[in-house]
Write a protein of this length. Structure first.
Length: 796
């Protein structure tokens, strides 16, 4: 493959990235615009409907809307009838206009409106209405062009994508002309991926694979590109991609260069998928661009596959040398960037400095053979340049920070003696390294020193700042920092500010939440779970759910105190003060301040209890998990799932004499909460695709929270949804289950012997599910008994 690369690859991507950060991203994380998809559909099909959609959305005055409508066979009466919907700000308010009782089905009964006036209204709406939470009644017929326009251009929030948009899919998909079904699913996937609604992605892929496509090559590629707009990676998303790739292989469809670019984006792709794309490129004869080579280098280096990464580094260097000879001003920059990426991903200083020695050794000292047995040209010696010093020094410092054999004092000394000017990147590396070494006061010192420099804040440094202030026991100041830099402009868009609000990612918020859990402030985790979307436009994902369940464990442990008992007792007081309905941003921030204290106070308020939305923390967190897993149940299997085994006691602490042989094991019956799903039957947490890690944390919470009787049903839910359990999940489940399913020896003898016990029943069921090789052994269960014992003795 490298020979092909060296002969033909010439396209260069000169985009810069913050390569030294652990969360570096390619140039932009914004999703591809709907207008590009509309344009491509029109170019390939020449169908007038696509020109109509473009005309309705375009601000160009050169488009003759009357003519476009005529070509699309849309009469002025029909346009007048539906224009009242199209000029609404968003899909929710648009569909609210379509209640059958308020809209006549006869287009001729609609008052005439001049097309220019309608179009002006269509493009002039700017006020954001309050989002609808109720299911929206939808009339029996909406024209295809209206459906596509609403799906493509009127979905503005995750709530719109999860609610009204999915209503359109479920109600109108089958009624669309077959030629428009594929494009409709692609536009829907674009919105779902844009808002990270992972729970909807696989069902959309499955539906896409069952329909006929007029232009399968184009539509498969666009569907993959739409999926690549997802801002965070997930195994489930990768599985959907693999399904599409296998279908393309079966149909002998090729990937386009733009699709490769999207799939190789480092926030999305897994190494396994990268190797598949690598082999597919070779088979299809696709010549990777320089940008794609850099993506391969970054992915393999980040995963620790340095051998594979080195091959791509050699190819980039050779291409750079050829480009420099032809006068390219960007090629040397690309080579420096490639060096830095590989250097920064070494995990220890020895290998990093060996790489540096080799990189800048004279060419004749280097062995140019690589394991592929391809003879490559000798690596060129790149001219010295001051920027090289910055790149290499910073990358080397990043390696030192990750090497925990280097003390914090040595790390600080290296930082202070740097020959290049310190900047936001080096400060971020230093502070993160100190946090990893649990040197919280030192990290706080350098955080304050950074703030004194006046350097502009960025996403990575803001995330580090939140962690520093939290671990230094100043979470109230962390909340103030979050609001100052990630909150909206104060006073509106017209007010001048030194910086725009920083758009955090779910990864950033998750790191903050982990710090709060370690500080043992689960009350703040609960507050942010409820309001992070409203406050900062960031929504929980599967990792956030695991953190939430861990926070509930901490709260359960902390609430086993006098103050916690008093707070729990207060829930039973019929005259207790009702929770205030928080309708504004100020209300939400005040509720957080009520828990943590004002930011100008010297110390935060102490933790009182984990009571969350009127429920004990374990009950509230378990309900969230149940909402998430039932929200993933698109085929409605879970309501019919039964527990494969029954407990003989309610908890570990229950009186063993209650389990007498005359009493049968008690069957656990799951009673779903009334708000398990939305009123329209959709997931309340569409960003969450439940994983094995979520189930592990849920099972541990059940076991530690005296609810182990629910564990068999949880495993049955996993099996029904094909969530593959890890060995840790199965072992923890069986250890906790033993506490409520094993009887005293004499009682077991009366009941038919140990082989008839409820513990054995579940163990056999697990073995039948995962197979004998994956089932936990006695040695594993003994190990996990010790782990569970340590969990109970720890502080959560």
């Amino acid at each position: 493959m490298l020979n092909t690369v060296l002969r033909h690859a010439r396209n260069v991507n000169t985009s810069h990235q913050r390569v030294f950060s652990s969360s570096a991203r390619l140039a932009s994380s914004r999703p591809l615009r709907t207008t590009r998809y509309i344009s491509l559909f029109h170019e390939e099909t020449r169908e007038p409907i696509w020109r109509l959609l473009d005309a309705l959305h375009s601000t160009s005055q050169s488009l003759d809307l009357v003519k476009v409508l005529q070509n699309a066979k849309v009469s002025q009466e029909e346009f007048n009838h539906w224009s009242m919907v199209l000029y609404e700000h968003d899909i929710a308010t648009a569909l609210a206009k379509l209640k059958p009782t308020s809209v006549s089905t006869d287009p001729h009964s609609t008052p005439r409106m001049d097309i220019a006036t309608a179009l002006k209204k269509l493009k002039g709406r700017a006020m954001l209405p309050k989002e609808e939470s109720e299911p929206i009644p939808i009339p029996p017929h909406i024209p295809a062009w209206v459906i596509l326009y609403l799906a493509g251009f009127k979905v503005r929030t995750p709530t719109h994508a999860n609610g009204p948009l999915m209503h359109l899919v479920s109600i109108y998909f089958d009624s669309l002309p077959p030629a428009l079904q594929g494009p409709f699913l692609i536009l829907t996937m674009l919105q779902v991926a844009r808002f990270n609604l992972a729970a909807h992605m696989r069902p959309l892929v499955d539906k896409f694979l069952t329909i006929p496509l007029d232009d399968p090559a184009l539509q498969f590629n666009l569907m993959l590109q739409a999926m690549a707009c997802k801002p965070t990676s997930s195994t489930e998303n990768a599985e959907g991609v693999v399904s599409l790739l296998k279908a393309m292989k079966a149909r002998q469809l090729k990937l386009t260069s733009k699709t490769y670019d999207g799939l190789l984006h480092d926030r999305f792709v897994a190494v396994q998928l990268t190797r598949y794309l690598q082999s597919r490129m070779i088979k299809e004869g696709h010549v990777p661009t320089a940008s794609q080579l850099e993506s391969y280098l970054r992915i393999f280096a980040k995963d620790g596959a340095i051998h594979d990464a080195r091959k791509y580094l050699d190819a980039i260097h050779t291409l750079s040398a050829e480009a420099i000879e032809k006068g390219s001003s960007d090629a040397q920059e690309r080579a420096y960037r490639a060096n830095t990426v590989l250097l920064a991903n070494h995990n220890d200083r020895t290998s990093a400095f060996e790489f540096l020695r080799e990189l800048y050794a004279p060419p004749e000292e280097l062995n140019t053979e690589v394991s592929s047995h391809l003879r490559l040209p000798k690596r060129p010696q790149l001219a010295a340049k001051s920027k090289t010093d910055v790149y290499i020094t910073t990358a080397t410092f990043a390696v030192m920070a990750r090497d925990h054999s280097i003390s914090s004092d040595r790390l600080i000394e290296t930082f202070e003696k740097m020959t290049v000017r310190t900047n936001i990147v080096t400060y971020t590396i230093l502070i993160r390294g100190l946090l990893q070494r649990k040197k919280f006061q030192e990290a706080l010192f350098f955080w304050r020193k950074f703030r004194d420099t006046g350097l502009l804040m960025d996403k990575q440094m803001l995330t580090v700042g939140l962690q520093v202030l939290t671990r230094a026991k100043k979470p109230h100041q962390a909340i103030m920092l979050l609001e100052a830099f990630a909150g909206p402009r104060k006073g509106g868009e017209d007010v001048f500010q030194l910086h725009d609000p920083i758009q955090l990612t779910t990864v950033s918020i998750n790191e903050f939440l982990v710090a709060l859990v370690r500080l043992r402030r689960p009350d703040l985790v609960f507050k942010l779970w409820d309001h992070m979307g409203e406050l900062y436009g960031v929504y929980p994902d599967a990792d956030t759910l695991s953190i939430l369940l861990q926070a509930a464990r901490v709260a359960y442990r902390l609430d086993d105190t006098l103050s916690g008992a008093i707070a729990t007792l207060g829930l039973k007081n019929p005259f207790r003060k009702q929770r205030k309905n928080m309708s504004t941003r100020d209300d939400i921030l005040q509720s957080i301040a009520d828990v943590i204290g004002q930011p100008d106070h010297a110390q935060p308020k102490r933790y009182v209890s984990g009571i969350w939305n009127g429920l004990p923390p374990i009950n509230a967190a378990c309900k969230v998990f149940q909402q998430a897993i039932f929200g993933n149940d698109h085929d409605k299997k879970l309501p019919n799932v039964k527990s494969p085994a029954d407990a003989v006691r309610t908890s570990l602490d229950a009186d063993p004499m209650l389990a007498l042989p005359s009493f049968r094991p008690t069957k656990f019956e799951f009673v779903p909460p009334p708000d398990l799903l939305t009123l329209s039957g959709k997931s309340r947490h569409p960003n969450v695709v439940v994983t094995d890690n979520n189930c592990f944390n849920y099972i541990v919470l059940l076991g530690l929270g005296s609810r182990a009787t629910e564990i068999p049903l949880t495993l049955a839910w996993m099996r029904a949804l094909d969530i593959q359990p890890s060995g840790s999940t199965l072992a923890a489940a069986l250890v906790f289950w033993a506490e409520v399913s094993l009887q005293a020896p004499l009682v077991e003898a009366w009941s038919g012997g140990a082989q008839k016990s409820e513990f054995i029943k579940l163990a056999d069921w697990v073995r039948e599910w995962v197979g004998e090789p994956r089932a936990p052994t006695g040695k594993t269960l003994l190990k996990w008994r010790g782990i569970v014992k340590n969990m109970r003795q720890s502080d959560g």
